[in-house]
Design a protein around this ligand. Structure first.
Ligand SMILES: [Zn+2]
Length: 328
């Protein structure tokens, strides 16, 4: 286990680690477990936290004096609306990094390490990132920085180059599914597929998400699907979800043609078959690739309504592909 490997080498631990991997796989939990192990005063076997000492108890209560967690503070709504393509309401400000100065310069309360977790590191605005960089360039003694990131390619190269990177993988699907079932998640397999294999994201999918998804699948698989009225009906749905659902839907349309087991819509085999009839394979593949591309870039389109209309018009066009083929 990665955690055990890192704490075993704690004497040689570089002063900054970049813990990276896809969203929702438990990177922050990993960073917290590592911090707790580093602060624990009577570590258990293999160096992990004992969960019994004063340090462990304070850590759990959020009051350990040698630990800081730096996370975005939500900005007012108005700023979020003006923000560009990123979710600008969630930034780590330079003030938050500067406020660490006392913590960094004073010696540790408990005579062990001081640990700072920055989560997510990509939320640092440029000024904050530069302020942090100064600390990484002249590492203060006995201070451990743990940067947590799922968009690490957005970090300043100078920051990345001063961190040792720890890549956390997407957990094994069976283990993740078992964990979700333990948490009481219904339909754990489907939820995990929705979340790209990331169990923490899957656990966050709430009743509203599932209702919206069901409503979406109902209208796009209806025999009388018409893009513009549907765009009107779905205008309040998050566009990122619509892109994801269309990506998954088109994936299964292609899959229907070759393998018969559907990945995302095992319960909608008939509707998938009906839609697959109307489409042409190569065009569906192209559409699917387009949705994958949008998934990577779309966060807050400038005009969500127009974007939704375009998506649905392009899906309607896809449905005409197979009809044309049949007519020919
Ligand atoms: Zn302990």
């Amino acid at each position: 286990m990665e955690l055990v490997r890192i704490v075993a080498g704690r004497a040689r631990l570089p002063h900054a680690l970049l813990i990276r991997g896809p969203a929702g796989i438990g990177k922050l939990e990993f960073a917290r477990a590592l911090a707790k192990a580093l602060l624990c005063e009577t570590p258990a076997s293999q160096g992990i936290a004992c969960a019994r000492c004063d340090a462990c108890r304070w850590f759990e209560q959020g009051s350990h004096p040698d630990f800081r967690l730096v996370e975005p503070e939500s900005l007012p709504e108005s700023v979020a609306e003006e923000g560009g393509e990123r979710k600008a309401s969630l930034q780590i400000a330079v003030r938050q990094v500067r406020e660490l100065a006392d913590f960094i310069n004073l010696s540790s309360h408990r005579g062990r390490a001081k640990v700072i977790v920055i989560h997510p590191a990509e939320a640092m605005n440029p000024n904050a990132a530069n302020a942090l960089l100064k600390n990484l360039e002249e590492p203060p003694p006995a201070t451990q920085f743990l940067l947590v990131s799922h968009r690490w390619h957005h970090l300043l190269p100078t920051i990345k180059s001063r961190c040792q990177q720890v890549a956390l993988p997407v957990p094994d699907a069976r283990a993740a599914q078992a964990w979700l079932e333990e948490q009481g998640t219904e339909n754990a397999e489907l939820a995990l597929a929705q979340a790209g294999g990331a169990p923490l994201l899957a656990a966050q999918l709430d009743a509203e998400y599932w209702e919206q998804r069901a409503a979406f699948l109902r209208v796009i698989s209806a025999p009388d699907f018409a893009p513009l009225p549907v765009a009107e009906e779905l205008r309040d749905l998050p566009v990122t979800n619509v892109v994801r659902w269309l990506q998954q839907w088109s994936y299964d349309l292609v899959r229907h043609g070759c393998a018969r087991d559907l990945r995302y819509h095992p319960d909608l085999a008939e509707a998938v078959a009906r839609a697959a009839e109307k489409t042409e394979r190569l065009q569906t593949l192209r559409f699917h690739r387009e949705m994958l591309r949008w998934q990577r870039v779309v966060n807050h389109p400038l005009n969500p309504r127009l974007f939704l209309e375009q998506l649905l018009l392009s899906y309607a066009e896809l449905l005409r592909g197979g009809t044309r083929r049949q007519a020919a």
